[in-house]
Design a protein around this ligand. Sequence first.
Ligand code: IPM
Ligand code: MN
Length: 372
Amino acid sequence: MKSVAVLPGDGIGPEVVSAVLPVLDRMGLPLEFRFGEVGWTSWCETGNAVPQSTWDLLAETDTCLLGAITSKPLREAEAELAEHLRGTGLRYVSPVVQLRQKLSLYANVRPVADVHADRFAFSVIRENTEGLYAGLDFHGLGPALWDVVKDHPNAAATGPELTSATLRLQTQFGIDRLLRFGFEHARQNGYRLLSLADKPNVLRESSNHLRGRLELISQEYPEIETEILNVDALALWMVRRPERFGVIVAENMFGDILSDLGAGVMGGLGLAPSGNIGEHGSYFEPVHGSAPSMAGRQKANPMALFLTASQLLRHLDLPAPAEQIRSAVRAVARARRAVTYDLGGTATTPVAAAAVEKALSGTVEVRQATVI
Ligand code: IPM
Ligand code: MN
């Protein structure tokens, strides 16, 4: 029996979790679900978006399923803190960023598949711990950083106090483990092409570094073809010819943007799953956020969470139920049943979840998967 921490989080998170979890429960999976707190309420009341009890829960469980969380800019976050905590210097750090960094969940795997017509299936693997989101972000530069930028004409015209700068951190340690993860993912899922999203025509030094590591590590995976694409061109091709891709590996910000684009290519954020994976831990979440304007209305699409649960089950080495859920979601999507607002329909969250549950016992694919 494996254990899964369930963190419903904010906004539509608890709604999609309460629609999907009972369906998983009734599948009789060999899993124990244990609930925990994360997100905005926790920040406002305690000054910490991830309370200690949740870190303890994560340490005791095999993996985690997260609903959705709200992220707001610093100023808004500080204004919403409980009165006794205001002015104490507490700073909001998005819980997902905390989980990824503290647990070193370096690979963010975001599968992009055509659930309606099977025209394409690829994975965006986003680096999760460094790159442009490493947190090396400064407004008003100290002497060391100023020395680096002072010769840029705009900086020279501005001065250190009114200049901001963000460092795109790329370490060989981070690059190598990400590339290896990407190649292993390609191997396990039968992908023949690994595309590295970068910007070698502008970021010459850091791109050269990446190229060198890719050339070296790709020798361990001779059956997988590699290419380096400019990230902007890759975005174009993802829309024009999504079927050409297998695994796309990208630094943190490029991957953040490309994976939302991938969700758009799938049909919307209501369909996009993801997993955050490291050497010693993992958590799984839909790519969508907490959609505050939709919260409390039972309108959110639960398919992204179903597909996320499927990804989680595969990670826990339960491929049969993982495939059952994936097939059921596809059957519902193909039949254009229980369509939620994001895809142009009027079905509620529970109605969409019920359609998946019905398909779980009703489709041919599901019966085949059950026999495995
Ligand atoms: C995501 C989200 C997060 C990110 C935010 C909420 C910090 O957009 O998971 O893609 O950018 O990593
Ligand atoms: Mn994002």
